[in-house]
Write a protein of this length. Structure first.
Ligand code: BES
Ligand code: MN
Ligand code: ZN
Length: 483
């Protein structure tokens, strides 16, 4: 990962390949955020900079500067400035400056944490299968008034932990599905957790059978690469609150016998984004030494087509005993999640946070940059707000009571899909709710849209795995820990 450094040298004395300065757009004219950079803004404006959000413009540095180039990072209108805009501008600058080794950034003077996070996330590249055409920036030096200030150091540390967590989630998501069957995901998650000093438990297919995890086994039955259930626990001494995290880990979703169309099926490599997010987040919680216990429960299975696949019409028995009539094998996420939710609830947590690429309906409703947030009302509303603050993007969604009866089954306790397509994202939330203990504050984050970027890079988000909702869950844990 890109190395972040604090320095209190001046913009003129700082040495590096490029100096990043913030530009506002004022009546269409690029205007320096820091009045001391007015000369640079004028030169950047002459080179075409407007100060619009996300725009990066590079010119040779004028005499008097130690750096080779100056990059103007557009932040938009001064009145619209937010932490997220600083993250986006820093992220765009990091992406645009790839190929340069050492970047010096003044964006930290606006918001150090946001600038650091944006620079880090924007510099991320996935290199397992090919070398990037331009190497990511190796070091970003953030200019601050006092490089020894404790608040600055802690903002930087937070950005590094969040950046590492997002990078871990992105790496797992970007790994091709042939290289990431359930057992390999489990090994990689275990290794990362062990390195962080966390306790890990992995149930293999025999353990799952012995324990009665019928949902996970049913979904995973069509693959020669058997399912797993991974549990990672961070339990700091003296913590008085605990949170259960649960993430959907379908390492590839073909739909099973209710097979998906060919177009876009390759994107179902990302159907373990929820699992990747909660593994990364429990590790980040430990790195930040949060005063709250966190356990991630991750059901892993590959939803494939074969002679051993589960069928439409099958009845499965979930962990805990509830039976489900499978009417569509492509509604597999809720089946593995129900087992995991019941297992996680046995620990008697104070909060439950579940995340999954659960429904195409979430993408239809909210697009590709907003997660759907469902669950108990006040916790749901707060988490949706946090999702917007972090830049992950989220909106609270209702669970209209009348949608529940679509899941009624005459053969089993519940059906896995409704007889009515209306409100598919909300129906899926009803399915999960059936397995959450009464009275437990919980949220379901449907990240089917924002977890995986199949379009162009933007801000600090590249193509592929995005790491959504790592920062939302981490910020939620921090808030609960501080309460
Ligand atoms: N993994 C998919 C949901 C998905 C769709 C994620 C698009 C990301 C992008 C999920 O397992 C699925 O197939 N859901 C079905 C549910 C339906 C059968 C009720 C869907 O959305 O079509
Ligand atoms: Mn599916
Ligand atoms: Zn799926």
């Amino acid at each position: 990962m890109t190395h972040l450094v604090l320095s209190s040298t001046t913009a003129t004395a700082a040495d590096g390949d490029a100096l990043v300065i913030g530009l506002h757009s004022v009546d269409g004219v690029a205007t320096a955020v820091d009045a001391a950079h007015a000369d640079l803004a004028a030169a950047l404006g002459a080179a075409g900079a407007t100060g619009n959000l996300g725009e990066t413009t590079v010119i040779p540095a004028p005499t008097g500067y130690a750096v080779a180039s100056v990059a103007g990072a557009g932040l938009g209108a001064p009145a619209d400035l937010t932490a997220e805009r600083v993250r986006k501008a820093a992220g765009s600058a990091s992406r645009y400056l790839a190929g340069r080794t050492h970047v010096v950034s003044t964006l930290g003077a606006i918001d150090l944490g946001a600038a650091a996070e944006g620079h880090l996330l924007g510099a991320y590249v996935f290199t397992a299968y090919k070398e990037p055409s331009k190497a990511p920036v190796e070091q970003v030096t953030l200019l601050v008034a006092d490089a020894d200030d404790a608040t600055a150091a802690s903002a930087l540390r937070h950005a590094v932990v969040a950046g590492e967590a997002v990078a871990l989630a992105r790496d797992l998501i970007n790994t091709a599905p042939n290289d990431l069957p359930p057992a390999v995901f489990a090994d990689r998650a275990s290794a990362a957790a062990a390195e962080a000093g966390l306790a890990v438990e992995v149930l293999d297919e025999k353990d799952l059978a012995a324990g009665g995890y019928g949902g996970i086994l049913g979904v995973g039955g069509g693959s020669s690469r058997p399912p797993r259930l991974v549990r990672i626990s961070y339990a700091p001494a003296g913590a008085t609150k605990s949170v259960a995290l649960i993430g959907k880990g379908i390492t590839f979703d073909s739909g099973g016998l209710s097979i998906k169309p060919a177009a876009g099926m390759e994107n179902m490599t990302s159907d373990m984004s929820g699992a990747a997010a909660v593994v990364a987040t429990v590790i980040a919680a430990a790195a930040l030494k949060l005063d709250i216990a966190v356990t991630a429960t991750v059901p892993l299975a590959e939803n494939l087509v074969s002679g051993t696949s589960y069928r439409p019409g099958d009845v499965l028995r979930h962990f805990g005993g509830k039976t489900v009539h499978v009417l569509n094998t492509d509604a597999e996420g809720r089946l593995v999640l129900a087992d995991a939710i019941v297992r996680a609830a046995q620990d008697d947590p104070d909060y439950l946070i579940e995340t999954s690429t659960l429904t195409g309906a979430a993408v239809v409703a909210l697009g590709n940059r907003t997660m759907g947030v469902m669950g108990t009302e006040s916790f749901r509303d707060r988490v949706a707000e946090i999702a917007r603050e972090t830049g992950d993007g989220g909106w609270a969604m209702p669970m209209p009571e009348e949608l529940r009866e679509g899941l009624d089954s005459s053969l089993a306790d519940i059906a896995n899909v409704s007889n009515d397509r209306a409100g598919g994202m909300l129906v899926a939330a009803h399915y999960l709710a059936e397995f959450v203990p009464e009275g437990l504050p919980w949220v379901h984050l449907d990240v089917a849209g924002p977890a995986y970027n199949t379009k162009k890079a933007f801000g600090y988000t590249g193509v592929g795995g995005t790491g959504v909702p790592v920062r939302t869950i981490l910020a939620t844990l921090e808030e609960l820990a501080a309460q």
